[in-house]
Design a protein around this ligand. Structure first.
Ligand SMILES: [Zn+2]
Length: 472
């Protein structure tokens, strides 16, 4: 064996040993409140574990990822320079999706930014996932069965915190494509010894019948699909609020942070939202989850699981660290994977982090206002920047508007113009929606009112933004 191959193996063995020492593999909860003892750790104890993991992961990445090795060498940083969270932030500039995309293009089909090579894939490969971002070339991530065990436990902590218990059963209504969200729920339900009723490959009425007959308690789908299915049930003469559904695990679209949407959906189903936030690049599980304090409605936030990942925010322009309490783009250092450990990956969701203690007893960082849209989705209209969710909030603020809406951007001569289409029985509602948009986004928009249910209902992730400005 060559010296380089030796170093690659040695650092991998050490990294996996450090990870295994933190694995609390269980099929029943540690206590009524916490799935794992780690949920009750102090901030100092969590920080010590983060620091120890950084010392093991830096040489592992250097020896096992060509992307990271090039970056270390280019920056003049040695793996031994990264000894703690503090030194990581001081020495290691954020890694962007653009860098990963360039690497994927130069080294198809996998790129070199992960640490699951062909040898690991053949020996213990589990699943291939693909980034679901709305821009750029798809980046793929191969994960191993070693990672799956950590993934299941992190997710179990999140679902337990959200209220999922023995007696619950889930119905996932998703395409089961190469996206982490639904697979994460699927495997975690199995790890928690909880049953699943497969709801794939069926239309709305068939799924409504499954719920009516077999009484699952947990809906797993996108928020827009939960709206759609609730309306299908109503059309069938079934009341979703009176159904067996008590929890909604949603993914794929911003949800909790969108004022009006969560209240409307929880009301439709008389069920509680369980937030489950993640990204493909820094899995197992990106670490965002809800707790009883959030569900009480006292504060709008999600927790971030600090012992498996380090979360920070940076300024959107300079990429410099923003202090706690100040808005910025989310950055994640993933400290729980042999396949895709990442140092300071720019996830790019706008949020404001807080270290304030939580009434639920967990000391994990809070993302206040939740995650309200990725920077990729930012709309720039005549120099004014806003997110589709801000338009969504404006639509929700007007009583009587339907579940769906659309944002159309086009050129009128040299001028960029926006038209928002909403459903309402009263055409005069246009004025109220336009006023709400103006006050939230500081931008003028035409508003078109169509009849209730005139817009297509989304079966999966809703397409709501139609940008036609680049067309001739
Ligand atoms: Zn909490």
């Amino acid at each position: 064996m060559t010296h380089a191959a030796n170093r690659a193996d040695e650092t991998r063995i050490h990294w996996k040993r450090v990870l295994e020492a933190t694995l609390d593999e269980r099929s029943v909860p540690f206590s009524a409140d916490y799935w794992s003892e780690k949920d009750s750790w102090s901030r100092d104890r969590t920080r010590a574990v983060q620091d120890e993991k950084i010392r093991a992961v830096a040489p592992f990445l250097y020896e096992n990822s060509a992307f990271y090795r090039r970056r270390f060498d280019r920056l003049g940083v040695a793996p031994s320079d990264l000894t703690s969270v503090e030194s990581l932030i001081a020495n290691w500039p954020v890694v962007t999706k653009q860098e990963m995309m360039e690497d994927a293009l130069a080294h198809p089909p996998y790129g070199t930014y992960t640490t699951c090579g062909q040898k690991e894939w053949e020996d213990r490969g589990w699943m291939l996932f693909s980034s679901s971002g709305s821009t750029g070339v798809p980046r793929v991530f191969r994960y191993t069965h070693f990672d799956r065990r950590f993934w299941e436990q992190a997710n179990a902590r999140a679902l337990h915190s959200g209220g999922i218990r023995k007696g619950d059963s889930a119905i996932p209504m998703v395409g089961f494509g190469p996206h982490v969200f639904a697979w994460g729920v699927q495997y975690t339900m199995a790890a928690m010894s909880l049953p699943v009723i497969p709801g794939g490959g069926l239309d709305g009425p068939a799924r409504a019948n499954l719920i009516d007959r077999f009484k699952p308690t947990v809906l797993v789908c996108t928020p827009s699909y939960a709206f759609y299915l609730g309306r299908v049930m109503q059309d069938m003469g079934l009341d979703p609020a009176a159904s067996s559904i008590r929890w909604m695990i949603t993914g794929g679209e911003p949800f909790s942070g969108v004022a009006g949407t969560m209240e409307k959906l929880q009301g439709l189903w008389d069920a509680t939202a369980v937030e489950f936030y993640g990204c493909t690049e820094a899995s197992p599980h990106c670490g965002g989850y809800s707790c009883p304090e959030y569900q009480s409605g006292a504060q709008n936030f999600i927790h971030l699981m600090d012992d498996i990942q380090v979360w920070e925010t940076v300024d959107a322009e300079t990429l410099a660290v923003t202090p706690r309490g100040q808005k910025g783009l989310s950055v994640c250092t993933n400290l729980t994977s042999e396949s895709s450990a990442q140092l300071r990956f720019l996830v790019g969701d706008y949020t404001t982090l807080s270290d304030e203690p939580c009434a639920c007893g967990r000391n994990h960082t809070k993302a206040m206002g939740c995650m309200t849209g990725r920077s990729d989705d930012l709309i720039n209209l005549r120099g004014i920047k806003f997110f589709p969710v801000q338009i969504e909030e404006a639509v929700r603020a007007v009583p009587g508007t339907g579940d769906e809406f659309q944002i159309h951007l086009r050129k009128d001569g040299d001028l960029d113009v926006m038209t928002v289409t909403v459903e309402h029985t009263d055409p005069a509602a246009a004025e109220a929606v336009a006023r709400e948009i103006r006050s939230r986004c500081e931008v003028r928009s035409a508003v078109q009112v169509v009849a209730p249910n005139a817009l297509p209902k989304s079966q999966m992730k809703a397409k709501r933004v139609f940008d036609e400005r680049t067309r001739a």
